[in-house]
Write a protein that binds this ligand. Structure first.
Ligand SMILES: NC(=O)c1ccc[n+]([C@@H]2O[C@H](COP(=O)([O-])OP(=O)(O)OC[C@H]3O[C@@H](n4cnc5c(N)ncnc54)[C@H](OP(=O)(O)O)[C@@H]3O)[C@@H](O)[C@H]2O)c1
Length: 334
């Protein structure tokens, strides 16, 4: 067993775009395991867009990371030492150790998962928080009905790819929005969307109107900015817009985009509702069951980008914010 623990700390708060200089790699001793505690070695770390918000000194739904603290986040790993009767060495667990190789826990943040049921990395993606986010936002706010048109942004990503596949299974016409031809082709050919619009090419309103000829009934919002304006211009009466995230704005600082077409929400009686996946923990078991059944049967497909080595997490994270990932962004820690 090694003696040192590699960690990624927040070194400074970004203004505008985050950069690698906002992070610092540190080596600290692996902590001793006390009574009731569990030491977990991370195998995969999840990188998620919300982490950009945690780097800011601003009000949010969850606490910011302090300067000098380990970057927070979810990981899946293996119990290597335990003085807690609920866990034994060899157990595979989800944990909140964040950006470090080893995490010490009192067990309260650990959840045992079955490494034989699905690949363990998927507990951080399609069979984890991003998958549940897709399921919850689509069902509880989107409320899809057969024949309706659903548009999903960041369609090749962890959340968006699941939204589209679930909406297809409910009999909807599904249109993705993604960056570049390669991602769009994957979204239609592998994830089975009916169409995909490349947000980097041409007139968005025109392309969306062609892909959604009967108008838009549900827009699952992951991106924000001018894309939201384009969608608002095409929404049908009583459209629903689950506001899941607005990644195009996370590095914008004071230059955030001002939405111009919000008046459409009045005339078209559009419902826009934000949500956070942890708001309704009671919904998770039902969602996780459908998602893991879907992955096991092959009905739900997923894609991952796996970056090797914890020291490369800052670069991979910045890449995620720029759209360099293709599917769920993970770091292979060990
Ligand atoms: N509300 C909640 O509880 C909750 C939970 C999880 C995630 N989220 C939100 O869900 C969204 C998706 O998260 P994820 O984990 O699934 O990430 P992801 O989609 O796997 O990765 C982010 C993607 O966003 C797209 N993107 C980045 N900048 C963009 C821009 N300026 N314009 C258009 N697209 C851009 C990129 O795809 P392209 O290359 O296709 O542009 C990038 O690959 C994020 O907004 C996140 O904050 C919310």
């Amino acid at each position: 067993m090694p003696k040192t623990n590699l960690q990624v700390l927040l070194a400074s708060r970004p203004t505008g775009w985050a950069s690698e200089s906002n992070f610092r790699i540190a080596e600290t001793p692996i902590p001793a395991v006390g009574d009731g505690q569990v030491l977990v070695k991370s195998h995969y770390l999840s990188l998620d867009p919300y982490m950009r918000g945690r780097m800011n000194d601003s009000r949010s739904y969850a606490a910011k990371v302090e300067i000098g603290q380990v970057m927070g986040g979810e990981a899946v790993g293996e119990v290597v030492q335990s003085k807690n009767p609920q866990f034994k060495p060899g157990d595979t667990v989800l944990n909140r150790a964040g950006w470090q190789q080893y995490g010490l826990s009192d067990g309260s943040d650990l959840r045992k998962v079955d490494p034989k049921a699905v690949p363990i990395s998927t507990y951080l993606g399609v069979v984890g928080m991003p998958g549940v986010t897709a399921w919850m936002g689509l069902h509880d706010i989107g409320q899809p009905k057969p024949g309706e048109t659903v548009v999903v942004s960041a369609a090749s990503g962890a959340v968006g790819s699941v939204v589209g596949q679930l909406a297809k299974a409910r009999g909807c016409r599904v249109v993705g929005v993604a960056g570049g031809r390669e991602k769009c082709d994957f979204v239609t050919k592998e994830f089975g969307f009916d169409a995909c619009v490349d947000h980097r090419a041409g007139d968005l309103v025109k392309a969306l109107a062609a892909a959604a000829p009967k108008g838009i009934d549900i827009y699952f919002e992951n991106v924000g900015g001018s894309l939201l304006d384009a969608v608002l211009a095409l929404c049908n009466p009583f459209a629903r817009i689950p506001l899941c995230g607005m990644i195009s704005q996370y590095n914008a600082g004071d230059d955030r985009y001002g939405v111009k077409n919000l008046m459409a929400a009045v005339g078209m009686r559009i419902k826009l509702q934000g949500f956070i996946v942890s708001d309704h923990m009671e919904r998770w078991p039902e969602a996780l069951k459908e998602l893991s059944d879907g992955v096991r049967s092959g009905k739900i497909k997923y894609r991952e980008t796996v970056t090797q080595g914890l020291e490369n997490a800052p670069r991979a994270f910045i890449g995620l914010l720029k759209g360099e990932n293709f599917g769920k962004q993970l770091v292979k820690v060990a």
